[in-house]
Design a protein around this ligand. Structure first.
Ligand code: FAD
Ligand code: MG
Ligand code: MG
Length: 308
């Protein structure tokens, strides 16, 4: 699949979600969230920064939030170029999908789970990303702002970077969809079209999409930091907790493309690497519900621990 094809697939996933019946409040809310993100991207962002000439880059760390945003971003790219292009008087040449790879950036800061590293590399292929990866030896000794300074030296054409941050993230409350970086950061525009998304909507859309998701979510992670600062979410532990209900049974059973292929109704989690399994056994002796059993934004980061 090239960038054009995967963008078209994301477009079809998004359109299908928007046409779902309003079976649950979560689905209704998620549709509204999708519509607003699309408005930001199509009306406010792509009209000011060109997505094809390197002016926009996408910050990607393999997490659920930037994956959701990536699916919507690609969907909007398809709409912007193909659907809009088709109805305009541009010649045939312009109607072909105008880019091959999507400029993306990953800052490899600390001990990254191998499962996540592999997932980033597999999804780079799947979503046709041209991924700049910072060198860990360098970026682990500096803050993220400096790592982006290094990135901009290599890609000086970058004017704006897409970020999958949400209002419920730490310091996310007062952020805006389009804003300059703070003064201690290199100067560029932050594009944050996912701010209004709730955790429940993230899972509803991602599980419906039927796209592969990082294997760590399958074993109780809800928010993934470095290996030194992340454990499975204690609220999902099967020890000492009540039986938890699954809120997304419908999305999983009716996920995009499943009917046609006669697929089994499971979630596609990436393979959990052996070294991560071993590591997991050293930090907990409990089993966990998958990450999507947790929909309370206020405890999404309960598995993040302070470095000791
Ligand atoms: P997460 O949910 O892990 O991350 C939120 C989003 O940030 C992700 O979806 C992804 O898009 C991006 N991201 C996170 N980690 C990485 C990574 N290692 N590599 C690539 N992308 C990543 N903070 C300020 O105080 N002032 C600023 O001006 C500012 N500008 C920023 C510009 C960019 C491009 C980015 C990526 C971050 C910036 N930040 C800034 C920091 C930001 O507000 C978050 O604190 C940071 O993204 C970490 O998020 P998190 O781990 O809390 O949440
Ligand atoms: Mg997040
Ligand atoms: Mg993070």
């Amino acid at each position: 699949m090239g960038l054009g094809e995967i963008s078209e697939l994301c477009y079809r996933i998004t359109e299908s979600y928007l046409q779902l019946p309003n079976r649950t409040d979560i689905i209704t809310e998620t549709k509204d969230a999708i519509r607003l993100t699309r408005e930001y991207l199509l009306d406010d962002i792509f009209t000011r920064w060109s997505p094809i000439n390197g002016q926009i880059s996408f910050s990607y760390n393999g997490g659920k939030d930037c994956q959701v945003l990536l699916l919507l971003y690609l969907s909007c790219l398809w709409e912007f170029f193909y659907i809009n292009g088709k109805t305009s008087q541009f010649d045939y040449e312009y109607q072909k999908f105008p880019m091959k790879l999507l400029p993306t950036v990953f800052i490899d800061q600390d001990a990254t789970f191998i499962t996540l590293e592999k997932f980033i590399s597999e999804t780079s292929q799947r979503y046709s990303l041209s991924l700049y990866e910072s060198r860990r030896e360098v970026s682990k000794n500096q803050n993220m702002a400096d790592s982006f300074r290094d990135f901009l030296k290599i890609y000086p054409e970058t004017e704006a970077i897409v970020i999958g941050i949400r209002h419920t993230d730490p310091y996310g409350e007062s952020l805006k969809p389009i804003q300059k970086t703070d003064s201690n950061w290199p100067e560029f525009i932050r594009l944050q079209p996912l701010l209004h998304w709730k955790l429940a909507s993230i899972w509803s859309f991602l599980l419906f999409s039927n796209e592969p998701i990082c294997g760590l979510y399958g074993v109780g992670f809800t928010s993934i930091g470095s290996m030194e600062s992340t454990v499975p979410n204690p609220y999902l532990s099967k020890k000492g907790n009540d039986v938890l209900p699954l809120q997304f049974e419908w999305e999983i059973n009716n996920a995009f493309g499943k009917e046609k292929e006669g697929e089994t109704k499971t979630v596609h989690v990436s393979n959990l690497e052996e070294s991560d399994q071993e590591w997991l056994a050293t930090v907990t002796d409990s089993d966990y519900y998958p990450g999507w059993y947790l929909i309370d934004d206020s405890i999404e980061r309960a598995g993040r621990i302070k470095k000791g």
